[in-house]
Ligand binder design. Structure first.
Ligand code: GDP
Length: 371
């Protein structure tokens, strides 16, 4: 319609979609989707049933148990809590390898995990691939969501892939992933990959639940260009320069030397391990052996020198505090009184009528029933 033409706009307006006309409403679809195949929600199994399934390597039951771990329903959480406890007991003393893997999008992480994961299972390991992706709620699982990217691993009977739990806060996502690790280990997965997109805070969370931290880097782009913070390099046990194939081999080797040098400048690690850099190609399947050799070397060192156990215990302590923080925070924000007061307080702070610290203090006092 040409809005400049008066006739068009005003002429016979009664027949037009004008606010002055009563139009037929949009035809409403039936309230219940006739195509919907209503299935009864499967009832929650007993803790024993979940445990039997998990211990016998039943992946369906393992997945169902993880779904409970990820659930926010109190009834699910109660069962999940018992499963987690039992799994933790079963796994304690087992020597598993928790490997955090990060790198910016496009570095070739999915392709690498597919190639390296298959390499690992071909060596007799059982591999679980988990992810921490706090953006997954918005993007509906940007990493691992699209399982077709890992076709071989998805069909590998020795691999179990689970996308990131989707929940708003990083703390919540991370806690669930950490609990999922315990379930997978009880189910017999001795190598756990915890993947994250290397662009934010989630590396620290992944680092705090893994024994070994692998950073994937591109050649030809400075770490500043890759958005990799110094802190992330500093916590890496191994840097792998990806896509070292074809015309890229020389550049990859140069980058490897550069990063190996950079790693030397960092203070010695607590584990006694000397981080280093290697090259790899997921397409040519080169460098995968080197990476596995480095990882095995690392674990031999830390199993022997006691760092592995000490570090795991420290991580447990860290997660105790994280859990307390997360639970307290949720209790506060989910409290009905606080929920109803919050908009007014927020408005008062935004309007400059109330100072932020006083607002916080008052709200907390109200939560505690002091006022
Ligand atoms: P992600 O976003 O980090 O998960 O990266 P992808 O695994 O999706 O890979 C990004 C792009 O890099 C894709 O086009 C891959 O085909 C390509 N790629 C991944 N690994 C390699 C490799 O080892 N060599 C080459 N030449 N290309 C690769």
């Amino acid at each position: 319609m040409d809005l400049n033409k008066q006739g068009d706009f005003f002429g016979d307006y009664e027949n037009r979609d004008s606010a002055l006309n009563v139009n037929d409403g949009v035809k409403q679809p039936p309230i219940i989707n006739p195509y919907l195949n209503i299935k009864k929600k499967p009832a929650i199994k007993s803790v024993d049933e979940y445990m039997d399934g998990i211990l016998s390597g039943d992946r369906v039951v393992l997945s169902q148990a993880i779904t409970l771990v990820e659930s926010t329903l109190p009834s699910h959480r109660a069962v999940a809590g018992q499963i987690i406890q039992r799994c933790q007991k079963i796994s304690s003393g087992k020597r598993t390898m928790r490997i955090g893997i990060t790198g910016v999008p496009g570095v070739g992480k999915s392709t690498f995990i597919e190639a390296f994961g298959s390499h690992i299972t071909s060596r007799g390991h059982n591999l679980a691939v988990l992810a921490i992706d706090p953006s997954s709620e918005k993007t509906k699982g940007s990493i691992l969501g699209d399982k077709t990217r890992m076709e071989t691993l998805v069909n590998d009977p020795h691999a179990f892939i689970r996308p990131s739990p989707s929940e708003g806060s990083l703390g919540g996502v991370a806690r669930k992933t950490r609990e999922t690790i315990l379930l997978c280990e009880a189910a017999g997965y001795d190598v756990i990959f915890i993947e994250t997109v290397g662009v934010g805070q989630s590396e620290t969370a992944v680092h705090s639940m893994s024994d070994f931290f692998l950073l994937l880097m591109l050649s030809g782009a400075g770490d500043d260009l890759q958005g990799i913070k110094r802190g992330i390099m500093e916590m890496s046990d191994l840097i792998a320069i990806t896509k070292a194939d074809g015309a890229n081999i020389d550049r990859a080797n140069m980058a490897r030397a550069l990063y190996a040098n950079a790693l030397h400048l960092f203070p010695p690690t607590e584990s006694g391990w000397v981080p280093t850099a290697v090259t790899s190609s997921a397409v040519d399947k080169t460098g995968l052996d080197d990476i596995l050799a480095k990882i095995e070397e690392y674990f031999k060192l830390v199993w022997d020198n006691g760092y592995y156990d000490r570090h795991r215990r420290e991580q447990s302590r860290y997660w105790m505090y994280e859990s307390i923080n997360e639970t307290l925070k949720n209790m506060f924000y989910e409290n009905p009184r606080i929920e109803s007061l919050m908009p007014d307080y927020e408005k008062a702070v935004l309007d400059g009528q109330l100072e932020s610290f006083s607002a916080a203090e008052e709200l907390i006092d109200k939560y505690l029933g002091k006022i």
